[in-house]
Ligand binder design. Structure first.
Ligand SMILES: Cc1cc2nc3c(=O)[nH]c(=O)nc-3n(C[C@H](O)[C@H](O)[C@H](O)COP(=O)(O)O)c2cc1C
Length: 335
């Protein structure tokens, strides 16, 4: 018997939280702060998940973790904050802090393959300790009082199914949804995700399964949604410098953005970064963002490098403004 998959534009629920559509922004370390999430939501994403935040940083009230990583914008609800860590008591405490700060959902990272994270027993290392993984999720559920989701990989090595098995145990323990990235931790972000395995998981789970991996374009995301039988998709690298992907997937845009839209969007990002970090830190932070947007403008690597070399944010804004199609030096002088 085949069931018809709902369109990506239809709402769904994670626990008691209603999500307006099935197109989500994935957690992106060093990137998914409040304004990147807000940007995704402005462009139509149903939910945005934060970059991973250390449960220890929150528990020990690290000032920068609280002020910067836990900063939520009033317009981004519902929002999910992703935590990582390996100590259930610390996770319980961090979940309480996150819920207190206003997060509607908490996600736990059980898929990060980075050595610095795994060597502590967190991230993808949890794929080999299911007991601990379940205790962590239960502690977060108790400590936060909001629905808890877990994002994980299919396994540790190619062909491994530790994540596939763990996802089912977590759902049975009360986890409200699973973010499934069907690549092994050893594969990192390369190679073809195993959507057939994801489909098998979706069939077995009684909670929503959100597919991640290989969703670089709107077409690729639609394909992954269908091939995996997921309840929703999570856009990661496909969103970098391309918030319009959310509009394409939710039906409000058929074409690519024009030049001036891209320039205006980058200027919006620059303004928000300044608001978040102050001009000096924003100027450095934004360097990684520039190539994503300049590529969309058809600029070459040398132009992106020149923008990255700008001495301060004012100079960088001038540089970006000059990339718009209607820029004329005379008008700039009058202004
Ligand atoms: C720069 C970068 C940062 C990431 N940070 C996180 C993170 O903090 N937490 C997480 O669960 N996954 C993280 N991921 C994994 C993504 O959420 C996603 O699962 C992965 O990129 C696969 O999707 P894609 O192939 O469509 O990019 C990150 C990926 C990238 C490229």
């Amino acid at each position: 018997m085949s069931t018809v998959q709902p369109p990506l534009t239809s709402p769904f629920r994670i626990g008691d939280v209603e999500i307006a559509n099935r197109v989500l922004l994935a957690p992106l370390a060093g990137i998914g702060n409040w304004f990147v999430r807000l940007q995704a939501r402005r462009h139509g994403a149903g939910l945005a998940v934060s970059e991973m935040v250390s449960s220890f940083g929150l528990h020990y009230r690290n000032e920068r973790t609280l002020r910067e990583l836990l900063r939520l914008h009033p317009d981004e609800h519902p929002v999910s904050v992703q935590l990582f860590g390996q100590d259930p008591e610390v996770m319980r405490s961090a979940a309480g802090i996150v819920a207190e700060a206003g997060a509607d959902l908490i996600d736990i990272n059980m898929g990060c393959p980075v050595r610095k994270v795994c060597k502590t027993g967190a991230g993808a290392a949890l794929l080999s300790d299911h007991e601990l993984a379940v205790r962590l999720a239960s502690a977060a559920i108790e400590g936060g009082g909001v629905p808890v989701t877990v994002k994980l990989r299919s396994g540790l090595r190619p062909g491994g199914r530790e994540g596939f098995e763990l996802a089912q145990r977590l759902a049975a323990a009360g986890v409200a949804a699973i973010g499934f990235h069907p690549r092994s931790a050893a594969t990192k972000h390369k190679g073809r995700p195993d959507y057939a395995l994801a489909r098998e998981l979706a069939r077995r789970l009684e909670v929503p399964m959100i597919i991640s991996g290989g969703l670089e374009t709107a077409d690729a995301a639609r394909h992954a949604y269908e091939a995996s039988g997921a309840d929703a998709v999570m856009i990661a690298r496909g969103s970098l410098g391309n918030p319009w992907i959310f509009e394409q997937l939710t039906g409000s845009r058929a074409s690519d953005p024009g030049r001036d839209e891209v320039v205006a969007e980058l200027l919006w990002v620059m303004d928000r970064a300044e608001e978040h970090l102050g001009a000096e830190r924003a100027a450095r932070y934004l360097r990684k963002f520039y190539p994503w947007y300049l590529e969309r403008l058809g600029a070459d690597g040398a132009t992106a490098a020149a923008l990255q070399r700008c001495g301060d944010l004012g100079e960088a804004r001038g540089f970006v403004t000059e990339l718009s199609s209607d820029f004329s030096p005379e008008r700039a002088l009058i202004a």
